[in-house]
Design a protein around this ligand. Structure first.
Ligand SMILES: Nc1nc2c([nH]c(=O)n2[C@@H]2O[C@H](COP(=O)(O)OP(=O)(O)OP(=O)(O)O)[C@@H](O)[C@H]2O)c(=O)[nH]1
Length: 138
């Protein structure tokens, strides 16, 4: 067993928004941030004391200007990935219903992508194992 007492665990909650054609929304990480240019699922870190679903609904409103109701969030799978400076634990929810029009509120590029085409969109290493789950689902 490997024990790392310095381990920094980062919890990020993410969402696969699925449209009527079975395409999933990816957002490109802006320049200047870690992993810039890579395509990821919308979401982000929780604030202190926030439940995962509440945090995800907040992130989707901030980043994309849409309103999601909690019953419309279904857990699909999770990523567990060791980055150099932290370990990422990232539950991935699926959502097919929301209110409002998806808008890139943070200037990020957005793309609706069929899961089988996701390999053409470079994603963070943590995300790569998630693609197969989306292919199975959709
Ligand atoms: N939202 C999201 N984050 C991901 C994905 N995959 C992945 O490795 N991450 C990592 O999880 C963290 C996301 O946190 P964040 O979006 O709130 O943080 P950030 O780096 O943009 O901003 P920060 O400046 O607040 O740290 C980043 O380290 C990001 O690289 C993903 O599919 N979606």
């Amino acid at each position: 067993m490997t024990l790392d007492l310095q381990l920094r665990m980062v919890l990020v909650v993410a969402c696969a928004l699925v449209d009527a054609d079975g395409r999933v929304l990816l957002a490109q990480r802006p320049q200047g941030k870690a992993l810039a240019g890579l395509w990821e699922f919308p979401g982000g870190k929780l604030e202190a004391g926030e439940r995962p679903e509440t945090g995800l609904i907040r992130e989707l409103r901030e980043e994309l200007g849409i309103d999601v109701r909690e019953p419309c969030l279904a857990p699909l799978t999770f990523a567990s990935h060791g980055y150099e400076s932290f370990h990422l634990l990232m539950p991935l929810y699926v959502c097919r219903r929301w209110e409002g029009i998806v808008t890139p509120n943070e200037g990020q590029k957005l793309a609706w992508v069929k899961p089988r085409d996701m390999r053409s969109y470079p994603m963070p290493p943590a995300d790569e194992p998630l693609i197969a789950h989306l292919i199975d689902l959709l």
